[in-house]
Design a protein around this ligand. Structure first.
Ligand code: CA
Length: 390
């Protein structure tokens, strides 16, 4: 209980403001048919991701619809990936071809999805497609291209377990790094951010990997319950015979060593994320990108060397989360929150005999990046011709 108690008046104020602005749930089943397409899209977004719905509504008007449809498109694809009742060959076919239906106004999938909200989204997908068709071509291209690449990646991994570090990085690239590519593409296309942002592939990928890997580490227990595991074999095999051994031996040094190795791996992406955030110019876009990153680094600080990861879902204190959502407005704020988390990680590193030294050096690298004032050298557009979809 105390965990969620605000530590300061600033946190209390932030908590109240966040709770007040949470979107209200509405009955999708009945009302859906009559809603205008874009309205449907935002309602569906509210249903499948409340937190994302809030942050999208705070984006500049120009980006709101493209990012909403981008999210729903990938959510549709992810719903196919996550449904374990689809026959494998059919699933692979659906994943590989999903992008062709981005603007298919007759596209609808019945009985796919783990929850009613996901099933509804795919059943009414033609509404998303109609909204997609009303977007500017420059946005359509980004969305369907990312959807194609992600679908192909998911198809590749549909029957493949994550064994090596390479598998892990590739899978995270497909499901999260590509989201980074897409968002950078949309930001550039909108003209609100640098035209070259879309070509900063390494940085955009790191933005996605940082978030994805943090979730994968935090969700060990939740995923295990659902018999899904994203911790790759090479990471845990040195410490246990079976992946569920950790949940029965949460405080064992082997369990913590395994966990801390994954934390170190995620932390590698932080310097790139800092560089990326520094490149952003527009305040709302900055908030949209920075808030998830400061949340992620604080989550990493929380899960690091924490046996509770193996028996429950470790989260950051709600008031702290609320404060970060309200007060992360510019690079200085993000820097403060990141430094705060790094300090916590550094403290914990002293108790971590196996990975502590490595983690300490990763903390230093992130700090160097935070205080670095050198001009960034932009990656230019690749010379190779891009695939033409339309
Ligand atoms: Ca998935």
């Amino acid at each position: 209980m105390m965990k969620n108690f605000p530590h300061s008046f600033k946190e209390l104020k932030a908590l109240v403001s966040v709770l007040k602005n949470s979107p209200k749930a509405c009955d999708l089943n009945e009302a859906a048919a009559n809603m205008a397409d874009m309205e449907y899209c935002f309602a569906a977004l509210n249903k499948v991701s409340r937190s994302f719905a809030v942050v999208i509504q705070n984006l500049p008007t120009e980006l709101r619809n493209p990012v909403c449809i981008f999210y729903l498109t990938l959510r549709g694809l992810d719903t196919v990936e996550d449904d374990m009742n689809i026959e494998l060959q059919k699933k692979i076919l659906l994943l590989n071809n999903f992008y062709k239906n981005c603007g298919n106004e007759y596209f609808s999938l019945e009985n796919i999805g783990d929850t009613d909200d996901y099933r509804n989204l795919l059943r009414h997908y033609y509404k998303v497609a109609r909204a997609f068709n009303r977007l500017d071509k420059k946005y359509q291209w980004v969305i369907s291209d990312v959807c194609r690449q992600m679908g192909e990646g998911m198809a590749k991994f549909a029957e493949k377990k994550l064994h090596t570090q390479e598998d892990y990085d590739n899978y995270c690239h497909y499901v999260a790094g590509l989201v980074g590519y897409g968002l950078s593409g949309l930001f550039s296309a909108s003209g609100l951010e640098d035209e070259r942002l879309q070509y900063q592939y390494q940085l955009s990928n790191s933005m996605g990997l940082m978030l994805q890997k943090t979730n994968i580490i935090r969700d060990y227990h939740e995923d295990l319950k659902q018999k899904r595991i994203f911790w790759f074999t090479e990471a845990w095999k040195p410490y246990a015979e079976h992946i569920d051994w950790f949940s029965l031996n949460a405080t064992h040094t082997s369990s913590l060593n395994c966990l801390n190795g994954l934390v170190a791996d995620a932390l590698r992406h932080l310097p790139d994320c800092i560089t990326y955030l520094k490149l952003l110019k527009q305040k709302e876009v900055f908030r949209f990108c920075a808030i998830p990153q400061v949340m992620a680094i604080h989550t990493l600080a929380e899960v690091y060397n924490n046996p509770k990861v193996f028996t429950s879902v470790v989260k950051i204190r709600k008031p702290l989360a609320a404060a970060m959502m309200v007060y992360t407005n510019q690079m200085k704020d993000a820097t403060d929150y990141i430094n705060h988390a790094l300090l916590k990680i550094e403290q914990k590193a002293k108790q971590d005999l196996l990975h502590g030294k490595n983690i300490q050096s990763l903390v230093e690298k992130a700090r160097t990046q935070l205080s670095d004032t050198k001009t960034y050298i932009w990656q230019e557009a690749p010379a190779v011709e891009q695939t033409v979809l339309f």
